[in-house]
Design a protein around this ligand. Structure first.
Ligand code: HEM
Length: 137
């Protein structure tokens, strides 16, 4: 029987375990390792703050989650399978470690944020394609 996500230590465990899977993942690992060259000692605490804010309203996260992804997408356009891989790993990690209301909330928030992110990235990429097509007209 698993317990729910209860505090900052649980959030840190969730985030650390998730990004270990992400870094080793065949589909999205390379974005973190080779495209973004993520500085883990600064990225992970930001993600603890982000998830603590979402789940408990107590985190220190004051950033904007979307812009770094738009920037990444400029170097390396996001594909639908990146979101599928990200979400599958996130769900897997939550389910492996926790069970309860907060665990469910984490998954619901993740899928909602991913949907908004994917939608906005698709709009950007469709706009870029449209302007390329109309470039010579
Ligand atoms: C295809 C899926 C995704 C990929 C490949 C991805 C990749 C990344 C990378 C590489 C960074 C680090 C950027 C940097 O510091 O250089 C980042 C930052 C971040 N990501 Fe994602 N991400 C994805 C989906 C998500 C989702 C669904 C969420 C939220 C539920 C999320 C939340 C964040 C946040 C909060 C940051 C930190 C933003 C800041 O600097 O304040 N990401 N992401």
């Amino acid at each position: 029987m698993l317990s729910d996500i209860q505090n900052r230590t649980d959030v840190e465990n969730l985030v650390n375990t998730f990004y270990e899977k992400v870094r080793a993942d065949a589909t999205i690992g390379m974005i973190f390792n080779e495209v973004a060259h993520v500085d883990w000692p600064s990225h992970l605490p930001k993600m603890y703050d982000f998830w603590e804010s979402i789940l408990f309203g107590t985190g220190q996260y004051r950033g904007r989650p979307m812009p770094p992804h738009f920037k990444l997408n400029e170097h390396h356009p996001f594909k639908p399978e990146y979101f599928d891989a990200w979400l599958a790993l996130f769900y897997q990690t939550v389910d492996e470690l926790f069970e309860g209301e907060k665990a469910t909330e984490a998954k619901v928030r993740a899928v909602n944020i991913a949907a908004v992110m994917e939608h906005r990235i698709n709009q950007i990429n469709e706009g870029a394609t449209a302007s390329l097509l109309h470039r010579d007209q």
